[in-house]
Design a protein around this ligand. Structure first.
Ligand code: KG4
Ligand code: ZN
Length: 354
């Protein structure tokens, strides 16, 4: 079965074709970063309009690259995300499926992220614990199968990616801030500042990152008020302390989740899972726990069409499909997804480009 995936939940237009026999046949991504940069964040209306411009040309280009017109189903992100942006992908995806008389499926964006490591040649097997860290979510999920998710912990305020972006902004870094802050942190002195590790001093698996950006702001103000301050180095040191605090907090909570569930497999997914320090520290922690960590390759950590094509295939091949209508769910709890039965088949993993 060959599925076209369309991702338009935020500021990236992603399209991909996943084939259950051949693996991923190709994927294309258009980032709107330059469009939103002058506003310092995503402008929803501009995002929707740009998706309208980009989806169909990208689909055409992708089909051309794959050298075959055939598709057996269409998967599109229908939530959570920006409602206008979601409706573009949903409208185009549903219409394409109708025009080609193939089934369509609306995919949960975070399920896409959660399943992305399964695109890799030696992906994880269920059950696993997943740390989903993106711009909108920080969640620990126990995954027993596709659609069988139990939420272990959630963010009470800013998501980890959001905290990265806001802290980057106050350090004067361009949008999107997360990767920029991580780059600056490489030049920072790890011993100059120590930021708190929020909510690690009490039991539980929830997160709270909004206090860290205030801590960063106060540290910056205090630092700048000192005479003969080296501003660039000060900002790099703050970036380093902030990154270490977020990474350390995530590692502590993941260790707790793995111990509490007794599941020795951890999956890291979502935009922040591209962070090198996080990948390294989580990998080392899982080895120490006698388990193993899995992550998607960096290009599939952030938003992309491949994860939507793959998640859509898992549901379409189990017979799930949408009726002849579409919608979008800007808010959508992961735990309300219908399970896929029987147990998921791994499919042909491995990324094959022809
Ligand atoms: O999954 P994603 O592409 O979009 C959402 O679903 O939100 O995640 C985007 C988030 C942004 O907040 C971005 O700053 C963050 O992931 N991010 C990073 C890195 N790369 C992306 N944060 C820290 N370090 C990175 N290397
Ligand atoms: Zn995402």
């Amino acid at each position: 079965m060959r599925v076209l995936g369309i991702e338009t939940s935020c500021d990236e237009t992603g399209v991909a074709i996943y084939d259950s026999d051949q693996g991923l046949m190709g994927h294309l991504l258009h980032s709107q970063a330059a469009l939103h940069a002058e506003y310092g964040g995503v402008v929803p209306e501009l995002a929707s309009r740009d998706h309208v411009r980009k989806v169909l040309p990208l689909v055409r280009e992708l089909l051309g690259q794959c050298g075959e017109e055939r598709i057996d189903g269409v998967a599109y992100t229908c939530g959570p995300g920006l409602v206008g942006a979601l409706l573009v992908g949903a409208g185009i995806g549903r219409s394409l499926a109708w025009a080609r008389a193939v089934p369509a499926i609306g995919v949960h964006h975070m399920e896409g992220h959660l399943l992305a490591p399964l695109l890799e040649r030696s992906g994880p097997a269920f059950p696993f614990v997943a740390l989903l860290v993106s711009g909108g979510h920080t969640q620990l999920v126990e995954a027993q199968g596709v659609g069988r998710y139990h939420l272990l912990g959630d963010s009470l305020d800013d998501a980890a990616g959001e905290a990265f972006d806001k802290t980057a902004k106050l350090l004067g870094l361009p949008y999107p801030g997360g990767p920029e802050l991580a780059r600056l942190a490489l030049q920072g002195d790890p011993d100059r500042f120590r930021f708190p590790r929020p909510m690690t001093d009490r039991p539980g698996l929830d997160f709270s990152f909004s206090g860290l950006k205030t801590f960063a702001l106060n540290t910056l103000k205090r630092g700048l008020s000192e005479a003969s301050v080296e501003e660039v180095q000060l900002k790099a040191d703050i970036a380093r302390a902030f990154e270490e605090a977020v990474v350390d907090t995530l590692v502590i909570k993941c260790r707790r989740a793995v111990r509490e569930t007794g599941i020795p497999t951890l999956v890291l997914a979502g935009g922040v899972s591209a962070n090198r320090s996080l990948r390294r520290r989580i990998g080392a922690m899982m080895v120490e726990q006698g388990g193993r960590a899995f992550y998607p390759r960096p290009e599939f950590c952030t938003d992309n069409g491949a994860m939507i094509a793959y998640a859509g295939w898992q549901r379409l091949r189990a017979g799930q499909a949408e009726p002849l209508k579409f919608g979008a769910l800007p808010r959508w709890p992961l735990e309300t997804l219908p399970p896929v039965t029987p147990d998921p088949v791994p499919g042909r993993s491995g990324l094959l480009y022809r």
